[in-house]
Design a protein around this ligand. Structure first.
Ligand code: SF4
Length: 380
């Protein structure tokens, strides 16, 4: 049974919208919040692809599907821009007759990506119907909890947060290690219709957005996309992620996610491998951040790790300032790290992480962000 917890709104969740920088940088998200534009998943649901026969879908290869998708996406993104600029325009997902919608087409692609699984850049290629993937999941989505979360950044609160089991990272300091790494399948398995019902219920209870998080939502992406076919709410879809998806999954997600909440953890591959057990971190995550920030609003989270200012925090901030657009990004510089999970149990193995960040480290991180012109104060 999914438990919905009811909470009150935080005062700064209202006053934050008086800040012109926040309004400007989260302008698409705000349009959806104010119901001046529909959420992207609803537009994708109403957008029929001309000349594509649903009966031919099963005969298309993944590469053929991706090629067709790449032809359609620019037109669709053009439509998104027009919808944002002209609130009098509407989309009606129920008005179409026949054909296949852009959302349905994306679901076909996601199912192919999920078996053998290449949803994330681990690309372990496991048939998750038969075996457990590197994320410790079979091919179902497991929901551990769903509730109105008051602890997220002010523009997101109250956030209709859905915690999925499983993760493709193995962070030694993970604060949700029970859900992400140890008992990921202890949650409740949900099919797409049940997941849609959870979203709709969160929306009715007052959620500002539907926040897919975990663990990590990526291994459950095929179920999440299919749930959007059945969901009816008008809330923005939010992807709260380590951003280690494959390029193909990124392409599929771009047109249905209204706001991104990525963790940008490390400034180099050595720290990522040592602390989260993954390879090619920097290339993968920077590619995905570029893709998402080109089409969507974003609040990037960076957790200050003790002793990792030079190798991680400064590199991450430099990259954000140098390579990502400044018009639709806010940055949350987080100072709440404390030793958890393996670091707590075996501090001598990770001496660098076995304490909280020093006040000096936090101040240096924030000063650096200010020097680089990064907008961090409203959400940190
Ligand atoms: S999502 Fe899980 S099963 Fe799929 S490639 Fe990543 S680690 Fe492997």
């Amino acid at each position: 049974m999914i438990v919905l917890e009811f909470t009150k709104i935080r005062p700064d969740a209202l006053t934050i919208w008086q800040n012109p920088e926040v309004r400007r940088r989260l302008s698409w998200y705000l349009s959806v919040l104010k119901e001046r534009a529909p959420p992207r998943y609803k537009i994708a649901k109403a957008y029929v692809i001309e000349g594509l026969d649903p009966d031919e879908m099963s005969s298309l290869s993944l590469n053929e599907m991706l090629r067709i998708h790449r032809n359609i996406a620019p037109e669709f993104r053009d439509l998104l821009r027009r919808l944002k600029d002209d609130p009098s325009r509407t989309v009606d997902a129920n008005s179409r007759t026949g054909g296949i919608s852009f959302l349905e087409f994306k679901i076909w692609i996601a199912r192919k990506l999920a078996n053998p699984c290449i949803l994330c850049e681990r690309k372990c290629m496991i048939d998750r119907e038969k075996r457990i993937g590197a994320c410790r999941l079979d091919n179902k989505a497991y929901v551990h909890s769903a509730f109105l979360h008051l602890g997220e950044e002010a523009p997101l609160v109250p956030s209709g947060t859905i915690f999925y089991g499983g993760c493709n990272f193995t962070c030694v300091y993970c604060q949700n290690h029970d859900v992400s790494q140890e008992y990921p399948r202890n949650g409740e398995p949900v099919n797409p219709r049940e997941l849609a019902a959870i979203q709709d219920e969160l929306a009715v209870e007052g959620a500002r957005n539907i926040n897919h998080v975990g663990g990590e939502p990526t291994p459950s992406a095929h179920i999440i996309l299919e749930s959007m076919l059945h969901a009816t709410h008008n809330k923005p879809q939010l992807w709260n992620s380590n951003m280690y998806m494959t390029e193909a999954l990124m392409e599929v997600l771009l047109d249905v996610i209204d706001i991104w909440l990525p963790d940008f953890k490390y400034g180099n591959n050595n720290c990522a491998f040592r602390l989260s057990g993954i390879t090619n971190y920097w290339e993968t995550v920077t590619r995905n951040l570029k893709m998402a920030s080109a089409v969507g609003d974003m609040i990037i989270r960076h957790l200050i790790l003790p002793s990792h200012l030079e190798c991680c925090t400064f590199k991450v901030l430099d990259y954000i300032a140098r390579e990502l657009p400044s018009n639709n990004i806010l940055v949350n510089i987080m100072d709440q790290y404390r030793p958890m999970h393996l670091v707590y149990r075996y501090p001598s193995r990770w001496r660098d992480l076995s304490r909280r960040p020093l006040r000096r480290e936090i101040i240096e991180a924030r000063n650096k962000a200010s020097q680089l012109g990064i907008c961090w104060r409203p959400v940190s």
